[in-house]
Design a protein around this ligand. Structure first.
Ligand code: BGC
Length: 349
């Protein structure tokens, strides 16, 4: 196991971006970059033992400076949508940027995915940590928030992402990783043939602007039933108001149980690669890459619509404004600590 550090490139304004490749004894590797604390590649063996890069992304800094799809991105301070781009905390109203309809999406336009993080290889030889200081009122959120995101790769091909932060005032903390996976390999067609399991009896229906209406609805009898493995494309085009609101799957699922547990599993019969998603958070956003766009990807690859899917662990979207949902509020001086694991393996179709 080793970490190799090298220069990935420079930002448009001349700042150097570091890359860190973590490689295990079996040859699997991940590369993470200090720009956006982005997971840039995930090379894992397929059923025949050949390595495939299963994460969508870019070869250079420049496209990450736009990154309209948020490939590999660390999202913060609060992922997904906040309705009306505003919330009230301790009796005070806070305004964020309205960057999608009237709402805020992914704490952008000045998201953590566009920051240069301070990266450092772990002494254990299997991890890389990125630190960020987010000032009081950064993006409109109260409290100075110091956060470290640590990526690690295990000998058995599990990628873990740990978020460890603290704020000096009550704030919202709801970070996630926005990697898109294609288990045939990034650039190898779409993911409608992948088998997906989501460990959720319920999901959070949305309005026409993708804001949850505040309920958890049963998945049973709907296209959102992924309780047993189902091909992503099987029900994707069924007539369904929820799917028409979002142009395809782009919904939060209420993951069964609590604590660190399996939230989802993705499998490609073509490559034999399987990915389990484990999380300690209440929700997971399944986004089927309905609007993938932008410049060519790694190696000049074209990423078509549905060319990858994201499984973003999270507090439910708009939970800061929705008392029925678990709260994403982080109290002053308390530790924000959460972990997501993408565990790779192979199995027979
Ligand atoms: C959102 C989608 C959005 C995508 C890329 C997902 O987390 O739910 O609506 O299109 O991110 O921004």
């Amino acid at each position: 196991m080793s970490v190799r550090e090298f220069t990935f490139g420079k930002t448009g304004d001349g700042r150097e971006v570091a890359a860190f490749e973590i490689k295990n004894a079996g040859g699997a590797s991940i590369t993470v970059i200090s720009y956006g604390a982005i997971l840039q590649s995930v090379l894992v063996p397929d059923a025949g033992g050949a390595l495939r890069d299963v994460a969508l992304g870019y070869d250079a800094v420049e496209p990450y400076e736009a990154n309209p799809n948020y490939f590999g991105a660390t999202i913060g301070r609060s992922g997904n949508r906040i309705a009306g781009a505003a919330f009230t905390l301790n009796g005070k109203r806070y305004q964020l940027a309205a960057n999608e309809n009237d709402n805020n999406l992914h704490s952008c336009p000045d998201g953590y995915n566009f920051r240069l993080w301070d990266g450092k290889a772990g002494e254990d030889g299997l991890s890389v940590s990125f630190r960020l200081h987010s000032a009081d009122m950064d993006q409109g959120f109260p409290g100075a928030f110091d956060v470290t995101v640590t990526y690690a790769l295990s000998e058995d091909n599990a990628v873990s992402i740990t978020y460890d932060g603290i704020s000096d005032a009550d704030t919202v903390a709801n970070m996630t990783n926005h990697s898109y996976f294609n288990l045939k390999g990034a650039g190898c067609g779409d993911i409608y043939d992948h088998f997906l399991t989501i460990c959720a009896d319920g999901y959070t229906p949305v309005d026409a602007k993708s804001i949850p209406v505040g309920t958890v609805a049963p998945v049973e009898g709907t296209p959102f039933d992924f309780r047993t493995a189902k091909q992503v494309g099987r029900d994707a085009d069924l007539p369904c108001e929820q799917l028409s609101f979002t142009g395809g799957y782009d919904h939060n699922f209420a993951v069964n149980g609590e604590g660190m547990r399996q939230a989802a599993e993705l499998f490609s019969a073509e490559s034999g690669i399987v990915m389990k998603v484990l999380s300690d958070l209440p929700g997971i956003q399944f986004y089927a890459g309905n609007f993938l766009s932008g410049p060519a990807g790694k190696g000049g690859a074209a990423y078509p619509v549905h060319g990858g899917l994201a499984l973003e662990t999270q507090y439910y979207p708009n939970s800061v404004n929705e008392p029925a949902f678990a709260s994403p509020v982080l109290k002053a001086g308390e530790r924000y600590f959460t972990r997501t694991v993408y565990a790779f393996g192979v199995k027979a179709g």
